[in-house]
Design a protein around this ligand. Sequence first.
Ligand code: FES
Length: 73
Amino acid sequence: MTADRSALSVLGAARPDTAYSCRQGFCGTCRVGVLSGGDSVRHHGSSTARRTRDAMLVCVSRAEAGARLVLDV
Ligand code: FES
């Protein structure tokens, strides 16, 4: 995962069946578990209320530069 792309963009390239809908952090469809690296995730927009250290909305989240993020997909 790179810091200049959303996690959904990276996942979608590797796994075209990645589920999503609104792409704005509202619906929760894209929520995935975070196995490690949760402290290095940057979240944007309305996802703040739904994010936890162990899960993220990939449409509005990305890893910080140089960080390693492992997702449970
Ligand atoms: S696609 Fe709706 S919250 Fe991510």
